[in-house]
Ligand binder design. Structure first.
Ligand SMILES: [Fe+2]
Ligand SMILES: [Fe+2]
Length: 367
């Protein structure tokens, strides 16, 4: 298991590194454990070792063959467009673009090290191979984003992040729900941006968005890996676990919704309305996850969106109440947090859709 507490600010091993490796501010931002930031995970490796994919062997082998073919092997190479001069970018957009890249690189890298650690710690050949190739892909993704951050002189020190970021322990089934969802929602986010910019190229303010089409197919494939693992161990998708699945769906959707609404200007710079973008991404993710999840949240019910909007508005007001401070600020914060808790409970208890069991749950990234 990863240490949950690591000495800060710098691990003694990295302290020997040259001063040029000093932790920059962006790395610190990436390291912050704010509730809405991407997290680093660790899990029960012995339990993963015991997983058996025999029940889905045929589908599994086809998926692994696709991973071995490595269709995106040559995709993550920069072209001359990246050498353009971006110094004229509006400072606010630049700031938000950097924030977007930092949270993306943290999420990609968090997958890279979790998957690499699983590969290292288990002996089960199926699990080892899947996590090895997924780690390979995430490492490429993180490196590609970090290269763009370097262009803006704000690269994240990934080696520092590995040591200094706090790790959250999750049982394997919770890792499966969370990472499966984050892979599929990652696909939905990237493809929605890509298709939109294809139709509206005037908003393409940086070449990295052109890479999203092939990129998101990696994320889709990773999601398929988790779908197979869960299907091979169906108890993960049955009984009381359905309540956990509802919880993870809500947690992932609500987190993305609130985070995107805080950064709405970034999406507006891409020519989106943030509400429209989030509804499209969440509805698509919901549709995809019906491949294995026995339940889906009521994303076609307007009340679902009204409650999420209330949470985003409360979260925004919360920032101002905290800045205000004092007794009034504290009382306001308490009221807003209580309101968010109430909205989340109401969302959690909304009637869900039951999904039909699919003998062959595989899906293709056709959106
Ligand atoms: Fe990725
Ligand atoms: Fe991924």
């Amino acid at each position: 298991m990863y240490p949950t507490q690591t000495a800060l600010p710098i691990d003694p091993r990295s302290a020997e590194l040259p001063r040029a490796r000093e932790v920059n501010e962006v790395t610190r931002a990436a390291q912050q454990d704010a509730a809405l930031s991407p997290r680093f995970y660790t899990t029960d490796f012995a339990a993963l070792d015991k997983l058996d994919v025999t029940p889905v062997r045929e589908m599994w082998d086809a998926l692994v063959a696709e991973f071995r073919r490595d269709p995106n092997k040559d995709h993550f190479k920069r072209n001359a467009e990246f050498d353009a001069d971006f110094s004229g970018m509006d400072p606010k957009l630049r700031q938000q673009f950097i924030e977007f890249l930092v949270s993306s690189v943290t999420a990609e890298f968090s997958g890279c090290i979790l998957y690499a650690e699983i590969k290292k710690r288990v002996k089960n050949p199926d699990v080892r191979e899947l996590f090895g190739v997924m780690s390979r892909d995430e490492g490429r993704h993180a490196g590609f984003i970090n290269h763009t951050l370097k262009d803006f002189n704000v690269a994240v020190d990934l080696s520092f992040l590995t040591k200094a970021k706090k790790y959250t322990y999750f049982q394997p089934k919770f890792i499966f729900y969370a990472t499966y969802l984050s892979e599929k929602i990652g696909y939905a986010r990237y493809i929605t941006i890509f298709r939109h910019l294809q139709k509206n190229p005037q908003y393409q303010f940086h070449p990295i968005f052109k890479w999203f089409e092939n990129w998101c197919q990696d994320e889709f494939r990773h999601g398929e890996g988790f779908a197979m693992l869960m299907r091979a161990n169906p108890e993960i998708l049955e009984g009381r676990n359905k309540l956990w699945i509802r919880f993870f769906l809500l947690a992932v959707f609500a987190t993305m919704y609130v985070r995107d609404h805080i950064r709405h200007e970034f999406y507006e710079a891409l020519g989106f309305n943030v509400e429209d973008y989030d509804q499209r991404v969440i509805k698509l993710t919901s549709q995809i996850t019906a491949q294995v999840f026995p339940v889906s949240l009521p994303v076609d019910n307007p009340a679902f969106w009204a409650r999420l909007a209330a949470i985003a508005a409360n979260t925004d007001a919360l920032t101002r109440a905290r800045e205000r401070g004092g007794v009034v600020g504290k009382l306001q914060s308490f009221r807003l947090l209580a309101s968010n808790a109430y909205q989340l409970v109401r969302l959690y208890t909304m009637r869900v859709t039951r999904n039909a069991y699919r003998a062959d749950p595989r899906m293709s990234p056709v959106w």
